[in-house]
Design a protein around this ligand. Structure first.
Ligand SMILES: [Zn+2]
Length: 214
């Protein structure tokens, strides 16, 4: 389902309302949490989507490459995790293009999607995203896992908010600190997948929601 805003343009905030949910991880790659999350996803055979910070991709290119080689979807999340709402068009363009090139360099894959840090969009984002051929994604719900409320609490929050078509916002990194600790999220993931399956959901990739939204 698309949200549409006259100023900010369209963004995809939910999938079709069937029994599919979409796990997404922002702010990586991260040396500890990303491999742990990839291991869980591989064991459970679950696809996921990763919106990466270009600067972290430059720092950990082999992790970015691994995300793609294991079949997951990769999107652009700016180069330095800047809040876009007060940024100039030139700054937004630079942030998206530099991260775009970093992802292409590290993964040999051209990203086709963007998610704005903190969800702060800007009227300038739409034309820049369109030039790069991006679908802009939001999310259905987040669980404030960045505040590290505890592994079981992260799991509980996801379980209680799940609904058909939900795009779930989680974090495998810290947008500003490449060494940030996201192990609670990584440790919550096996339980999140178990709960989702127990509730009758399948896991989808945002690839399925790409479209000509611009
Ligand atoms: Zn972020």
């Amino acid at each position: 389902m698309m949200g549409f805003d006259l100023i900010f343009g369209p963004s995809v905030e939910r999938g079709p309302k069937d029994r599919t949910i979409y796990l997404t991880f922002d702010d990586g790659p991260n040396e500890r949490a990303t491999p742990a999350i990839l291991g869980t996803l591989a064991t459970a055979r679950v696809p996921a989507s990763f919106f990466m910070v270009g600067d972290h991709v430059r720092r950990f290119p082999s992790l970015a490459r691994r995300v793609v080689s294991e079949g997951h979807f990769v999107g652009n999340h700016t180069h330095n995790h800047v809040k876009l709402h007060f940024a100039s068009r030139a700054k937004i363009q630079q942030q998206l293009e530099v991260a775009h090139r970093a992802i292409e360099w590290a993964t040999a894959r051209t990203p086709r999607a963007f998610r704005a840090p903190h969800g702060y969009r800007s009227p300038f984002l739409r034309p820049v995203a369109r030039e790069l051929g991006y679908t802009v994604f939001g999310w259905t719900f987040g669980v404030f896992d960045t505040e590290r409320p505890g592994v079981e609490e992260i799991r509980r929050r996801v379980r209680t908010r799940l609904r058909p078509g939900a795009i779930v916002l989680l974090h495998d990194g810290d947008g500003y600190d490449p060494e940030g600790d996201r192990m609670q999220t990584a440790d919550a993931l096996p339980g999140i997948i178990e709960d989702g399956r127990a509730a009758g959901y399948a896991f989808g990739s945002l690839t399925e929601l790409l479209g000509n939204h611009s």
